[in-house]
Design a binder for this molecule. Structure first.
Ligand code: NAD
Length: 477
């Protein structure tokens, strides 16, 4: 099948960069070059911003219903190319096709949800203390948005920003990852074919630091939305401060998964394996510190390892595959570092711990048991298929450990004990907490972190709110 034609989208036109610079995009399952992604020159970036500025008022003044119609048409365009886009996503990112389809469907659902919710941006009337005065609180689009996103969800990361901004009445310029550009371009085509006005969405690529610096220094953007690592998020926030650009930061995580002894340990292991190795562990909300209450450790670990050993690791396009490659060669070295550091600190290696001897960037699903807290993997985000397991004795100890790091994205707990659930709900420092499930992301609920995992939410009414400003109008009749 053909890979998406890689182009920039600037002011309604799909085209190459004006300086002819590009970089290769690789298929991580084979290491082969798929295509070249064009870089936007400074001139291209200025044109993109100028187009956003030009169309900003027109898009903001459309009725929410008019915007929803464009969004709905784009959702249908994505559905019409569903299989093709899902396959493209697998080819450029590596995740199994079944996961790519789930991601694309989730993207379409999020797009539709934002389109519909845009109709429900309400204000309020506040009783005045001055006779004859009406006081209205209204919500207005914040203005042009710039966004930068990671490669691990080439569809959903883009959709959350693009459709959130558009539904709220804001134009947007997005720089998706240069590693996974095809899915973003397919989304851009779905929107332009749906009748989105030229300039309401620009898609640019280039050297990330140069693109972001150029866009942030312009006086045009009013909002920055970023999905990526903590250090890059901190850097972008500093740059944004110079123009007082509002930010939403969806940053890294190091999610604790807490398995209590009243919960079926084998069931917990089944859920943990499915969630840990989804997208080869390259998920910001991936369970990373797997903590099991002492009395069920052996049962949990045995079941976990058996399931890991039964996993099929191969190209995401093959039937029955459970895990694909990592996104790039550089990630393989990082996994080796995490594993070697843990074992030299005393952890037991129960499965994996090596790259697979075949083309592409495959790493064996890896299980480390009794990992000490001093190990690198217990402190830094591994973002890969390595599962560190260790034990705890009681709820207070596990909460202390869950809160030990500066990350605060997602947390998971498996227990039916109401007192423990209440304690966890009140004390675990995370933006999202799932009890007896791994569901933390739906179109209609807020997704986001606290502490160094960032701030602001995507999804839910909070996700739309992120692209709005609150204004107060008083009027004497
Ligand atoms: P990264 O921060 O290095 O890169 C993320 C994206 O930002 C990429 O597209 C990259 O090209 C771009 N980027 C890098 N430097 C930039 C700069 N100076 N200016 C603008 N853009 C820049 O992160 P990564 O390692 O590629 O991605 C994984 C990280 O993303 C993990 O930490 C993961 O947890 C996080 N993530 C968070 C969420 C969330 O919603 N909280 C979702 C997905 C990924």
């Amino acid at each position: 099948m053909a890979y998406e034609k890689l182009e920039l989208l600037i002011d309604g036109e799909f085209r190459a960069g004006s300086q002819g610079v590009s970089e290769p995009v690789y298929n991580p399952a084979t290491g082969e070059v798929l295509a070249e992604v064009p870089h936007a020159s400074s001139d291209d970036l200025d044109k993109a911003l100028a187009a956003n500025a030009r169309v900003s008022k027109e898009w903001a003044q459309k009725t929410p219903l008019e915007r929803q119609k464009v969004i709905e048409a784009a959702a249908r365009n994505l559905e019409a190319r569903f299989d093709e886009i899902a396959e493209n996503l697998t080819i450029e990112m590596g995740k199994p096709l079944a996961e790519a389809k789930i991601e694309l469907q989730m993207g379409i659902d999020i797009a539709r949800w934002y389109g519909e919710e845009g109709k429900r941006v309400y204000g309020r009337l506040v009783a005045s203390r001055i006779p004859g005065m009406t006081q209205s609180v209204i919500k207005s689009p914040v203005g042009p948005v710039i966004a930068f996103v990671a490669w691990n969800f080439p569809c959903v990361n883009v959709v959350r920003k693009v459709f959130g901004a558009l539904a709220a009445g804001c134009p947007i310029t997005i720089k998706p990852s240069e590693e996974t550009p095809g899915t973003a371009i397919a989304i851009g085509r779905a929107l332009t074919d749906a009748g989105l006005p030229a300039g309401a969405l620009n898609i640019v690529f280039g050297k990330p630091a140069e693109v972001s610096e150029h866009l942030i220094k312009s006086p045009i953007p009013r909002k920055l939305s970023f999905t990526g690592s903590v250090p890059v998020g901190m850097h972008l926030q500093k740059l944004a401060a110079d123009n007082l650009i509002k930010c939403t930061m969806e940053l890294g995580g190091h999610s604790p998964m807490m398995v209590f002894d009243d919960f079926d340990a084998e069931k917990a292991a089944e859920i943990a394996v499915g969630s840990k190795f989804r997208n080869a562990g390259q998920v910001c909300v991936s369970p990373t510190r797997i903590m099991v209450q002492e009395s069920v450790q052996d049962k949990f670990v045995d079941s976990f390892v058996k399931r890991v050993e039964a996993m099929k690791v191969s190209s995401g396009l093959e039937d029955g595959v459970n895990m694909g490659p990592l996104v790039g060669e550089r990630r393989l070295d990082v996994m080796d570092q995490f594993v070697n550091d843990a074992t030299s600190n005393g952890a037991e290696l129960l499965a994996g711990g090596n790259r697979l001897n075949k083309p592409g960037y495959f790493y064996a699903p890896t299980v480390l048991n009794n990992v000490p807290k001093s190990a690198m993997i217990m402190n830094e985000e591994p973002f890969g298929p390595v599962a560190p397991i260790f034990t705890f004795t009681d709820v207070d100890e596990v909460i202390d450990e869950a809160n030990r790091l500066e990350f605060g994205l997602a947390a998971y707990a498996f227990t039916h004990n109401p007192a423990i659930i209440e304690k966890l709900s009140n004390n675990v420092e995370s933006g999202m907490l799932a009890i007896n499930s791994i569901v933390v992301s739906t179109p209609e609920t807020p997704f986001g972190g606290i502490k160094h995992s960032g701030y602001g939410s995507e999804g839910g009414i909070e996700g739309l709110e992120a692209f709005l400003v609150t204004r107060f109008i008083s009027e004497v009749h």
